[in-house]
Design a protein around this ligand. Structure first.
Ligand code: ADP
Ligand code: MG
Length: 401
């Protein structure tokens, strides 16, 4: 699950990371009130930030041509005008794809005087089976580009998960960022706090881009997380009710939400062959073989090892609501799964949905004879696959008509 920047900053703040003062606003009136607080409290500049689950907002463009999802404003009136333009508008960034995302929330915050921008992230390094702190002096920019063009500018510090972050880990990173004096001490505290946020929230990733040296009204420099992104491990959300409450369904694909209600593991893709498979490994292999024979999968769908008739019917409805689907490929290897349950589910779903598209079924394993009989006696038009390869080729052919 992903959360918004303002929510990520709440979690970071709880763990002791300094963030700019700001408020999430869902209406123009709320944005005006938040701005009045900033300017009334002596602030001279505010920043208005579109809250969507995608980065690159600063350089993004709204569908109506308005440029920038992160804007500065010199007065409360200016904030009001910007909020009117941005709320409800669709922002397209490098990460949203061409369809963009509708902006329903704005973060209105005091603008900081930024002296320098760094990059800081904590993630899991699967290759080393360890948490990894990644940092760079090249902050505020596209980090993938830095990694590609100047990999030497990426600092990596692995953490031993058994002992947790040690003072020397934080010092290594702070030193590599070239920080000195008071800022060095601050950086050590901040890096440790960011790591603890990652660990305690069961996050998959915490990314701060930019982490900034900012200058206060008194001319003193300090470190602050000016942007923040947190991804969470779905499997651990059950122990974080407060974080789960941050879920924003507007940011998720409606089909994926529907699938999660039925405990189906569904991910929408952009091809034309819908796949209904039991087991994530077989689902991956199915997408591969479809691709191998020249087709393209419309989705990843794992109905699990012990799917019920209701789940299969729900799965059918979900894959059929994608208008790009031209053929359905059911690939079942019944280990725990009873093939006859799947067959019964398929027949019920076809009848209930009035399916007109070609349906290719490859059924193998536990109680397969009964399953095949159910399909044969149902009167439903089914193209049988003798093997996975045979079924995949038939699906590709059916989808090409
Ligand atoms: P994104 O990464 O989605 O473009 P950011 O939050 O990183 O969004 O904002 C883009 C840029 O806007 C930052 O690199 C920073 O220079 C500037 N910015 C963002 N928030 C503030 C702030 N509170 N004060 C001053 N500048 C800001
Ligand atoms: Mg950013």
């Amino acid at each position: 699950m992903n959360i918004h920047e303002y929510q990520a900053k709440q979690l970071l703040k709880q763990h002791g990371v300094a963030v700019p003062t700001g408020e999430p606003c869902k209406t123009v009136a709320e944005a005006t009130t938040a701005a009045q607080k900033i300017f009334g409290g002596g602030g001279t500049l505010a920043v208005i930030k579109a809250q969507i689950h995608a980065g690159g907002r600063g350089k993004g463009t709204f569908k109506d041509g308005f440029k920038g999802g992160v804007k500065l404003a010199k007065s409360a009136d200016e904030v009001t005008a910007l909020a009117k333009t941005m709320l409800g508008n669709v922002l397209v960034t490098k990460q949203t794809g061409p369809e963009g995302r509708q902006v329903n929330t704005l973060l209105v915050a005091g603008a900081e005087t930024i002296k320098k921008e760094f990059y800081l992230a904590v993630l899991l390094d699967r290759a080393n089976s360890r948490p990894l702190i990644m940092a760079s002096t090249e902050g505020g920019v596209d980090i993938e580009e830095v990694a590609e063009k100047t990999p030497e500018k990426i600092i990596k510090e692995h953490i031993d998960p058994a002992v947790g972050i040690q003072p020397y880990n934080a010092r290594n990173v702070a030193a590599a960022l070239g920080l000195k004096g008071e800022l060095f001490g601050q950086a050590c505290k901040l890096i440790t706090a960011v790591y603890r946020t990652w660990w305690e929230c069961d996050a998959s990733m915490v990314e701060i881009n930019p982490l900034c040296i900012v200058e206060g009204a008194d001319g003193k420099e300090s470190l602050m997380a000016v942007d923040a992104k947190i991804g969470l491990d779905d499997n651990a959300l059950y122990r974080h009710a407060d974080i789960l409450a941050m879920r924003d369904l507007n940011e998720e694909s409606p089909l994926e939400i529907e699938a999660s209600k039925f405990n189906l593991n569904y991910i929408k893709l952009d091809g034309s062959i819908a796949c209904l498979v039991n087991g994530a490994g077989l689902a991956m292999a199915t997408m591969d073989i479809v691709q191998y024979y020249g087709g393209s999968p419309a989705n990843f769908l794992d109905v699990g090892g012990g799917a019920s008739k209701e789940q299969v019917t729900a799965a059918f409805k979900i894959i059929l609501s994608d208008p790009h689907v031209k053929a359905i490929f059911v690939n079942i290897f019944g280990g725990i799964m009873d093939c006859n349950v799947i067959a019964t589910g398929i027949v019920a779903a076809v009848k209930e949905t009035g399916l007109k598209l070609p349906l290719i079924v490859r059924l193998e394993g536990n109680n397969v004879a009964a399953g095949r009989t159910t399909l044969a006696q149902s009167g439903v038009a089914i193209i049988n696959g003798d093997s996975m390869a045979d079924a995949a080729q038939k699906a590709v052919k059916a989808a090409s008509h």
